[in-house]
Write a new protein. Structure first.
Length: 77
């Protein structure tokens, strides 16, 4: 497992990607939009998301303000 923290700029672009494994993310500040396949979900501070990262996914800040998350990636090798 690899933990990480990401700070999103207020004007960031949602770039989707995919890779082997699973991810858990926790919104720490601001509002974050999670794109997962064709779905979009808004996460607010304290909200979490857990997903299979083989599905294309991406994150970006919403509301014209910066945002941040903590995350953990599990890679099965």
């Amino acid at each position: 497992m690899d933990p990480f923290r990401i700070e999103f700029a207020a004007d960031g672009v949602d770039e989707v990607s995919s890779h082997e494994g699973e991810e858990l993310i926790i919104c720490i500040s601001g509002e974050v939009e999670l794109t997962y396949g064709a779905e979009k979900t808004t996460l607010k501070p304290g909200d979490t998301a857990y997903y299979n990262s083989v599905v294309k996914h991406g994150l970006r800040a919403l509301g014209g303000k910066p945002a941040s998350i903590y995350g953990v990636v599990f890679m099965p090798f």
